[in-house]
Design a binder for this molecule. Structure first.
Ligand code: E4P
Length: 218
């Protein structure tokens, strides 16, 4: 399972990139607004220069609401950097835009995806990725990870190449479940990535090894 960071915070992205395990970033208007800037282009270009490599992907959301405007906006945003992936919501207008953009070889991440039906339609339209929002589904009383599993089963059954990004990840157990389900990617906040790394027994073990070594080497 590949790991993407779900943030527009440049410091966090730089820190996480140093670990050498991040191959993508997902942004959305709310995440950009958290950084108190409306300059989406500068933020995206900076992220794209940090997260590089042949498989890298930086998801950038379109804000237009009708198909024609979505397509125009997507073409402009896709030109910001070679590793930009366009995020389009799972609506009828969005599906039309995804169909058109996939024919132009513009990578699309179908976002705000909450059902297997939406994911199947996104895959048929040619989306490179679909993003089921696991945490928001859980919040609404559904089983978000079951929706991820269903998408993976159906894509496998019909040999659809669209990749599933487990999104709206809230805690490390979501990461475990996404990996066990076989999700291609999990996109998560920086805090959850840090939680994935830390284990109290590792901290205790490191401390004990260092203390024992100091005792005999003095
Ligand atoms: C994914 O691409 C979205 O940006 C994100 O995962 C939404 O997560 P949230 O439900 O925590 O806002």
């Amino acid at each position: 399972m590949r790991i993407f960071l779900d943030t527009a915070n440049i410091d966090q992205i730089r820190q996480a990139a140093k670990l050498g395990i991040i191959s993508g970033v997902t942004t959305n208007p709310s995440l950009v607004a958290k950084e108190a800037t409306a300059d989406y282009e500068t933020v995206v270009k900076t992220i794209c220069s940090i997260i590089t490599g042949p498989d890298s992907s930086v998801s950038v959301e379109v804000l237009a609401e009708d198909t024609e405007s979505m397509i125009k906006e997507a073409r402009i945003k896709a030109s910001w950097a070679p590793n930009v992936t366009i995020k389009i919501p799972a609506t009828a207008e969005g599906l039309q835009a995804i169909s058109a953009l996939s024919k132009e070889n513009i990578e699309v991440n179908m976002t705000l995806c909450f059902s297997l039906n939406q994911a199947l339609l996104g895959a048929l339209a040619g989306a490179t990725y679909v993003s089921p929002f696991v945490g928001r589904l859980d919040d609404a009383g559904h089983n978000g990870m079951q929706v991820v599993k269903d998408m993976l089963d159906v894509f496998k059954h019909y040999q659809l190449s669209t990749q599933v990004i487990a999104a709206s990840i809230r805690h490390p157990q979501h990461c475990v479940a996404a990996a066990k389900a076989g999700a291609h990617i999990a996109t998560m906040p920086y805090s959850v990535l840090m939680q994935m790394i830390h284990h109290p027994l590792t901290d205790i073990g490191v401390r004990r090894f260092l203390d024992d070594w100091k005792r005999i080497s003095q």
